[in-house]
Design a protein around this ligand. Structure first.
Ligand code: MHF
Ligand code: KIV
Ligand code: MG
Length: 272
């Protein structure tokens, strides 16, 4: 497939599964606010993730752990108001689903009811299958997330590539199969070897969307602010920058400051 954006009018969980069956790659980016979501949706993205990376990108926290369910709902409701076409998936934040399956369901229902998002994403494998099943029984689509799972960063201590060792790789494949069996409509794989990601994508019928998982998966996801070059200090190997907005914004703001200082803004045409 060499087409740019596909001709789906509205993306659903069924559409992304159909894309995998048809060999069409799935495009996914994060968004956390109305204005950015409107641009990304108009540009033809398939899936918008309201990621808990908002904790880093929007709020300046070091990890994704501090962001709350209320804050995720605020971001997600802003995104939902902007979109005409994309499927909107919302991360369940740390602490809103790990307690038990009832807590997970309550959190997922709040996301759906209060934000208008279309699906939720949870980090983890077999240990959260009962929660996933309970959420699915309520009619809420679930996306899985395996490999580098930032909500468990303190268990691992680093953001290095995951599942390099054979035992870990087998465990990840088993987790992926368990998520598919539980009924997840798709799965994110973060920062794992390409060969393993390929194996997972070939072993599953549901779409596998990679970030730092190589080319042989069914779709790709990046954090919007990273690919736009706004997050200056963040340059993992998997990141491709499509713009250098940090530098461009710095230049624009610098020009504005100069104009104000030099009394060159506003001019007559810009005044009443
Ligand atoms: N801005 C942003 N982009 C992301 O992709 C992102 C977030 N925030 N926050 C939540 C998680 C955390 N993620 C991460 C974090 C670090 C690396 C990483 O590769 N860090 C180091 C290497 C660390 C190591 O190898 O020990 C790097 O090279 O930048 C990758 C994904 C992905 N997610
Ligand atoms: C990096 C993606 C997959 C994510 O979970 C996030 O942005 O929170
Ligand atoms: Mg996340």
């Amino acid at each position: 497939m060499s087409t740019a954006k596909s001709d789906y009018k509205k993306i659903t969980t069924n559409s992304v599964q159909e894309m995998k069956r048809n060999g069409e790659k799935i495009s996914m980016l994060t968004a956390y606010d109305f204005t950015m979501a409107k641009i990304v949706d108009s540009a033809g993205i398939d899936v918008i993730l309201v990621g808990d990376s908002a904790s880093n990108v929007m709020a300046g926290h070091e990890t994704t752990l501090p962001i709350t369910l209320d804050q995720m709902i605020y971001h997600a409701s802003s995104v939902v108001r902007a979109i005409d076409r994309a499927l909107v998936v919302v991360d369940l934040p740390f602490g809103s689903y790990q307690g038990n399956s009832k807590e997970a369901l309550t959190s997922a229902i709040r996301i759906m009811k209060e934000s208008g998002g279309h699906a939720v994403k949870l980090e983890g494998g077999t240990e959260i299958v009962d929660s996933i099943e309970r959420i699915l029984k309520a009619g809420i689509p679930v996306m899985g997330h395996l490999g580098l799972t930032p909500q468990s960063i303190y268990k691992f201590g680093t953001y290095t590539v995951r599942a390099r060792e054979e035992a870990e790789a087998e465990k990840l494949l088993e987790d992926a199969k368990a998520l598919e069996a539980a009924g997840c409509f798709a799965l994110v794989l973060e920062k794992i070897p390409s060969a393993l990601a390929k194996r997972v994508a070939e072993s599953l019928d549901i779409p596998v969307i990679g970030i730092g998982a190589g080319p042989d998966v069914d779709g790709q996801v990046l954090v919007l602010h990273d690919m736009l070059g706004m997050t200056h200090e963040f340059h993992p190997r998997f990141l491709r920058r499509y713009l250098d907005l940090y530098d461009q914004i710095t230049g624009a703001v610098g020009n504005y400051v100069t104009d104000v200082k030099n009394r060159e803004f506003p001019n007559d045409k810009e005044s009443y």
